[in-house]
Design a protein around this ligand. Sequence first.
Ligand code: PMP
Length: 397
Amino acid sequence: MKIENPNPIQWQFSERAQGLQSSFIREILKITQRPEIISFAGGLPSPATFPVERMKAAYDKVLSETGKVALQYGPTDGYAPLREWIANSLSTEGTKILPEQIMMVSGSQQALDLIGKVLIDEGSRVLVETPSYLGALQAFSVYRPEFASVETDDDGLVPSSIEGVAKGARLLYALPNFQNPTGRSLSLARRQELVETCARLQLPLIEDDPYGALSYSGEPMPKLLSMNPDGVIYMGSFSKVLTPGIRLGYVCAPLPLVRRLELAKQAADLHTAQLTQMVVHEVVKDGFLDEHIPTIRTLYANQCQAMLDAMAEHFPAGVSWTKPEGGMFIWVTLPKSVDAMKLLDTAIASRVAFVPGAPFYANEGETNTLRLSFVTVPPERIREGIAILGKLIAAML
Ligand code: PMP
């Protein structure tokens, strides 16, 4: 029987919970899901690329042939054949990655949380790019670090600026390929300088790489991991090359660290869904991604070009933007006098959405920047939305 409850609980949240904030992007997404809005705001991959039939066949196969194992609890570090497949795919001629270095996670977002849990104390210094991935800032913030911003320029992170802010730092979080939010990539020379600098400073280097496979042309750049496997923690994800709804990612780290991450994961959720891991292994093991990823690249490259062309036609003088060679995002810098938050208000009233740049900065941000995603909008809607944005920006000058 339900009791009388005249004195409801006055919730006293932990200090940690009091500091939690909703991601600005998730808030915008609530508005932009309205069908009349042309949304360049989401970081969502295009559902047109989801291999639904292939996944369905793999679920069927795994459940009918190995259902009893797939539906049981599994090991914390993950499904061994999938970890082996990942270790092979990350190994290069000079750098062999062992399956023991791989731990599966429930989306690479979980790796950010676990890394925060095992490496960050309250007040620890954490180095991030300017700007950086909002979800990482949010994940690390739970552990209440002091963020120090590493300089960036048109070519991405500037390695020579690390040393000046590195004193006492616990880690440097970097996105070398088609960065979220800017779409920029690091040159080979900068990669080398970055890895050498971190090694010299004994600074753990996190390489977050969900977009590396989505290069529109040319050979992929070498991973930072391959340049120093003892000092780099690599994070990979199936979200952008298969589907994000399965929540499957992985982390590759030196053995002492991966064992610590495993303890943290055990406490968090015991393990990532065994069924999901077995299905993904079934999908990828015979080279499916080699046929599938090029179809994603072609789609995104066309839509990226449509957006770049439309911007060249419709954006007023004084606006500049990045020209990504892969991934999902373009970063726009408006004239200093234009506040992207104010632009967003008028844009939403005109049925166009984007993400203002300010939330991507750990410290002092640039209010005249914004992020555009082109992957879920067809070219004719991209042209329409960019033309509207161009007019709104011009009206604010
Ligand atoms: N890192 C970056 C840079 C991202 O953009 C994202 C997703 N937007 C993630 C990590 C998290 O990806 P997931 O948890 O889906 O693997």
